[in-house]
Design a protein around this ligand. Structure first.
Ligand code: NAP
Ligand code: GDD
Length: 336
């Protein structure tokens, strides 16, 4: 039986990856931070099937302990302060977790079980101010947030440990992936949550920042398969994981409203832009500059050719079904 250690197991990706590895017969260990109230986040439903180890990636002692306890053959480092917006408010905490935390995990592997395979959760945020479209493994990086900068360190320290110590260490450069388990501060879930509340008369309006921004959105369930595949290869390598499609935030809004039979008509521009419910004339979307970022990533569009040809990875969940699933899930939750 293979053993895996997942940091960030309570998050969106950690939970889907834990499910996938359990299905494949792995013994699954997860590093979890101590909270004032005991709760297991997205792994509540499988908490009895996994072994939770308390720790924090910023605390090297706890990471060493997790490595010793789990005796992991595969380590997936998903722990992060993952919300880009917060990284301007907490740049140092973000750096401690998303940059230095990676070294703590790599050091624990090197010290305790150097033959273990390591996956680092790199990100399309590394491309930031994109230097070419679409972005692929060879596209130069230009991060645009403290989050992106911290992740750039994580990416390069992973490469450095591979080259310095001959470790099986690799990074997945994953483009945005969402799901029913996405945190509500991220734009997709913020939209589907608001759309369903507006539909049920529980909220009047959705306030957003930059709706011109374009993202390559896939479903997290598809993306965790790519993580696992990356650790099943003969040699470690880095891969872009993306859909090859990009959509504006505004399109996501329209699509989400369409699944609750509301047609949105747009009026005005910039901060004056509003979305109106065609059938009632009510304003249901407006712009609030509070959600603008100090520096924006305008467009992300990934080229997944290498992952498709080398790993045999394919996404199964389309953009439309991603939005539909998220809307349906939020509707079901609200209806109880
Ligand atoms: P998420 O839902 O925010 O999950 C992050 C996880 O990290 C949570 O379990 C969180 O635990 C944990 N964590 C935070 N700080 C920690 C610390 N100091 N020590 C230990 N655990 C800590 O993020 P996600 O969407 O699943 O993303 C997973 C990884 O992929 C992240 O590294 C993210 O940056 C990266 N990524 C995500 C995307 C995407 O679109 N989703 C794209 C590219 C890369 P708590 O429950 O205690 O907060
Ligand atoms: N969160 C949020 N809230 N974003 C908004 C809003 C809003 O009200 N209005 C517009 N946006 C825009 C943001 O400015 C950004 O351009 C886009 O919507 C997506 O924002 P997020 O959903 O917060 O995700 P992200 O792209 O910044 O970061 C996510 O994807 C990265 C991979 O590219 C996160 O999951 C990161 O952890 C991940 O690395």
């Amino acid at each position: 039986m293979k053993k895996a250690l997942i940091t960030g197991i309570t998050g969106q990706d950690g939970s889907y990856l834990a499910e996938l590895l359990l299905e494949k017969g792995y013994e699954v260990h997860g590093l979890m931070r101590r909270k004032s109230k005991l709760e297991f986040g997205n792994v509540e439903h499988i908490k009895d099937k996994i072994n939770i180890i308390y720790g924090d990636v910023t605390d090297p002692i706890s990471v060493m302990n997790a490595m010793k306890t789990s005796e992991a053959d595969e380590v997936y480092n998903l722990a992060a302060q993952s919300f880009v917006g917060t990284s301007w408010e907490q740049p140092l905490a973000t750096a401690h977790i998303d940059a230095l935390g990676v070294t703590n995990v790599l050091e624990a592997i090197r010290t305790i079980k150097p033959e273990a395979k390591f996956y680092q959760a790199s990100t399309s945020e590394l491309y930031g101010l994109v230097q070419e479209i679409p972005q692929k493994e060879t596209t130069p990086f230009y991060p645009r947030s403290p989050y992106g900068v911290a992740k750039l360190y994580g990416h390069w320290i992973t490469k450095n440990y591979k080259e310095s110590y001959d470790m099986y260490a690799c990074s997945g450069i994953l483009f945005n992936h969402e799901s029913e388990r996405r945190g509500k501060e991220f734009v997709t879930r913020k939209i589907t949550d608001a759309v369903t509340r507006i539909k049920l008369g529980l909220q009047d309006k959705l306030e957003l920042g930059n709706m011109e921004s374009k993202r390559d959105w896939g479903h997290a369930q598809d993306y965790v398969r790519a993580m696992w595949l990356m650790l099943q290869q003969e040699e470690p390598d880095d891969y872009v994981v993306a859909t090859g499609e990009t959509h504006k935030v505004r399109e996501f809004v329209e699509k989400a409203f369409s699944f609750v039979n509301i047609n949105v008509e747009w009026q005005g521009e910039g901060v004056e832009e509003i979305g109106i419910d065609k059938s009632t004339g009510k304003i249901i979307v407006s712009v609030n500059p509070q959600f603008f970022r100090p520096a924006e990533v305008d467009i992300l569009l990934g080229d997944p050719t290498k992952a498709e040809t080398t790993l045999g990875w394919n996404r199964e969940i389309s953009f439309d079904s991603l939005v539909e699933r998220m809307v349906k899930n939020d509707l079901d939750k609200l209806k109880g």
